[in-house]
Design a protein around this ligand. Structure first.
Ligand code: GLN
Length: 203
């Protein structure tokens, strides 16, 4: 467990209500980040960023409502570094279809749930992205499709012309599961986003 730079150690929260939060925690520890499991609103304090993992977005919505976590999570994700993967990406988007459902609305994107159909609902692709270092392995599991993004959204990777890794200011979202591959570039990119904010004087 060693940090890649001399920067102070970061603490990243992982929303641990449901889904594959343990895999994200393992990756973060491996790249030298302190992990805090977030299950209650007060646990959103004292973290430098938050990961919303994959899982089932409808179940997340139920649990967020039950824990009184929906509004605190929305205000965190509106201004602080937040990374959503798969169901996490669905929760972050402004518009969700297939069917329509509530979301945090902090990422200017339209997302269609389970959009790749049953035949290819789970798939591993390796392709070039805008992250340096060559092709990236990307694991898709009942993935959503990002059908539209706003002008402020930076597209970092696409699949058949649709964005699959996007960033809008403090928000990063992937329709795939970087925590299930050995390549750590996407998590490191998120750390870099946090570091940039710190360096520019935002906490
Ligand atoms: N299909 C799930 C949903 O709609 C997302 C799947 C995932 O996170 N792997 O919420």
């Amino acid at each position: 467990m060693s940090s890649s730079s001399n920067a102070p150690q970061l603490t990243i929260g992982v929303l641990a209500l449901q889904g594959d939060y343990a895999s994200h925690a393992r990756v973060l520890e491996e790249i030298g980040v302190r992990v805090k499991m977030v299950r209650k609103a007060q646990e959103l304090t004292g973290i430098d960023g938050l990961i919303i993992p994959g899982g089932e977005s409808t179940t997340f919505l139920k649990l967020l409502a039950r824990e009184g976590l929906f509004e605190p999570l929305r205000s965190f994700a509106a201004s602080r570094p937040t990374f959503g993967t798969c169901a996490g990406c669905i929760l972050l988007a402004k518009h969700v279809s297939g069917p329509e459902q509530e979301s945090l609305g902090v990422l200017d994107a339209s997302v269609e749930r389970n959009a790749y159909g049953r035949q290819i609902d789970s798939e591993i692709l390796t392709d070039e992205t805008r992250l340096p270092g060559g092709p990236l392995e990307m694991v898709f599991i009942r993935a959503p499709r990002i059908s539209q993004v706003g002008a402020e959204v930076e597209v970092l990777a696409t699949r058949d012309g649709s964005p699959i890794l996007v960033r809008e200011k403090n928000v990063l979202a992937a329709t795939f599961h970087p925590e299930l591959s050995e390549d750590r570039r996407v998590h490191r990119y998120f750390l870099q986003m946090i570091q940039e904010r710190r360096d520019s004087g935002n906490s």
